[in-house]
Each structure stands twice: as C-alpha cells, then as structure tokens.
Design a protein around this ligand. Structure first.
Ligand code: 13P
Ligand code: SF4
Length: 321
C-alpha cells in the first residue's frame, strides 16, 4: 500500500493563494488534532485540498484500502458519497463524515438494488461484478465490487466464463475488450467522461507532434481507441510520473492535471477536461465546517451493511496489478 501514495506538495499553489488560504488550512489542521481525524482525498479534489489538508490521496481503490488501515477516530472523505459509504462499511465503529451530502455520482444514481435483483432473475447463476461507484444497497445485491484500477483482475478472479457488470457500460466494455470473459452490461455512464469524443481528442492531438493521450476507462470506446494508456486516476498519475512525457492530455476530470503537474514539472499539460459537479461540492470551507460540526455523518442501513461489506472485502482480497 505505501507505493500508492505520492507525497503532496503545498508549493504547487502560488504563494499569494497559500497566504489567503492559510487561516482556513490552520483551522482544519487544528480541528484534525482535536477530533483525531484523518482526511482522505480523491485525486479529483482541487489542489487547495489535495496538496494541503489531505492526509492521504488516491483513487477509489486506494481510498478503500486506506480506510481499512485508518487508526483515527474520524474519517473525513474529501470525495463523493459512495466513497464515504465504502469507508463507513469498512469501519462501522468509526465516524465517517462527508462535507456535503450533495456530492453524489451519476453512475451511483443510475441503478438501484431492485435493478440488480431483476438482472439476476434474467441471468440466473451469473455472478454480478459491481463498480464501487454505487450505493450500499446495490453493492449488497452484488457478488463482488471492483474499481477502475482492478476491474479486469476482479472479473478474472471469479474463474467463470460469463459475468454481469454494473453500472458503467464503458468500463464494462473496456474490461470485455481485455478479457475472454463474456460481459453482460448495464447501460449506466459517468456524466463527466461520457462527454468526451474520439473526434475531439483527434482534433486536440493534431496541434502537437508528440503528445501522449491517457484516458480513464469510464470514457466511451472511441476515446479509449485514441489513448496511449488507459487506467484509473492512480494509474494515470503513475504513468505520467514514471514517463515524464513532454506533452500530455489527461482525458478525465479537470483537477487531475492540476494535481499531477506537481509530479511532472517539465510536462506540458493540454487540458480538454470536464468538471465533475459532485466532486466540486467539496471545498476547504465545508471540510472545516464538517470538522467543526461533525457533519454529515454517513450511516448505512443495517439491512444492507453486511452484504455490501462482503462485496467490497472480496474485492480487496484480489491483488492489484
Ligand atoms: P478512480 O477509482 O479511477 O479514482 O475513479 C473514480 C471516479 O469517480 C472516476 O470518475
Ligand atoms: Fe461519478 Fe463521474 Fe463524478 Fe466520478 S467523475 S464521481 S464517476 S459523476
């Protein structure tokens, strides 16, 4: 797990901005000590969160693993609701806070537990692999979860020739292209990544001699066909850090490029990005309020808690490549 974290850099922000943010950052650091709290931040957080108050940063898989190892009493999830729910199910005895309850996810909102039950009736005996970008209720109906960082390994770990994959059709199609396992898809999508097109990527690429295109697997297939590398947000960050390309386009949420510039200072980032309105609900100010008022506490209905946790824990047993 230590290899999953790359140290944050507060010098990424201009000194004037750091000075203006100073009192809020200091207040958050003080509250973290008083509450014995840790802040887990997703890679899509803005640099003022990612490079300052975040204690640990990562993709969905890393955040879930970090949650299992947290020793603090309180976990503040600087990310979206399903990430906070995952942290809660792995730490039922801890307080898990999300600074804004409206930080949802279009994938999560596009499928219910009843939908998964119906799929299972239509395909009896076929195991259900569910992307973590879902509610606890949906996870509870699933055999195992996956993230964009381990989907292929999770699917192949089952040793079957057919699976049901929910809810992201594009991640599902990407996995299907990487394995011999037959994949039955649910037609959900991410409102941020589905907007990219292959034509748009080709247009941007035309202006540069040697630009590398790296994309998140939630993008449609014509976008992934243009990519030099496809991976989770951690995979994308690692690829840029290791390869230090001259020019790169990260086809994903806008804050990724802002954050990753710290690890590739010589790289020119071309930014045809889309904002995730859910991720952008989380701010330094509401992180501070969250710790002051101990809000909003994430709870999971006891009817689904155990079964949802089993699907997540089963995923964590699969080794990340
Ligand atoms: P990662 O698991 O790759 O960080 O992706 C989470 C997400 O919400 C992407 O849109
Ligand atoms: Fe959900 Fe897409 Fe936002 Fe990720 S970027 S949280 S998948 S809406």
């Amino acid at each position: 797990m230590p290899t999953l974290q790359i140290t944050r850099r507060s010098d990424v922000l201009p000194p004037e901005e750091m000075a203006a943010l100073g009192p809020t950052i200091a207040a958050i650091e003080k509250l973290k000590k008083e509450r014995n709290a840790v802040i887990l931040a997703h890679n899509y957080m803005t640099p003022d969160i990612y490079h300052t108050v975040a204690d640990l940063t990562g993709d969905s898989l890393a955040l879930a693993r970090m949650a299992t190892e947290a020793t603090a009493d309180v976990i503040v999830m600087a990310g979206v609701h399903f990430m906070a729910e995952t942290a809660k199910m792995l730490n039922p005895q801890k307080t898990v806070l999300i600074p804004d309850l409206r930080a949802g996810c279009s994938l999560s909102e596009g499928i219910t537990g009843a939908d998964v039950r119906k799929l299972k009736e239509q395909h009896p005996g076929v195991p259900v692999v569910t992307y973590v970008n879902t509610s606890a209720e949906v996870k509870a109906e699933s055999d195992i979860c996956c993230t964009s960082g381990n989907a292929k390994e999770v699917v192949e770990s089952l040793g079957v020739d057919k699976i049901i994959f929910t809810p992201d059709q594009y991640l599902g199609r990407w996995v299907a292209s990487q394995t011999d396992v037959e994949v039955i898809l649910w037609e959900g999508s991410c409102m941020v990544h589905e907007r990219f097109t292959g034509e748009e990527i080709r247009r941007h690429r035309a202006g540069y001699d040697d630009i590398k295109v790296i994309a998140h697997p939630e993008c449609p297939p014509d976008v992934l066909a243009e990519a030099d590398f496809v991976g989770s947000t951690f995979g994308m960050q690692k690829w840029v850090t290791e390869n230090q390309p001259q020019q790169v386009m990260m086809i994903t949420e806008c804050s990724m490029s802002d954050n990753v510039t710290a690890y590739a200072p010589e790289t020119d980032f071309i930014r045809p990005c889309n904002l995730c309105p859910h991720m952008k609900r989380i701010t330094l100010d509401n992180i501070r309020t969250s710790l002051e008022k101990m809000q909003y506490r994430v709870e999971i209905h006891p009817d689904v808690m155990e079964r949802a946790r089993r699907a997540v824990e089963r995923m964590l047993e699969v080794k990340r490549i």
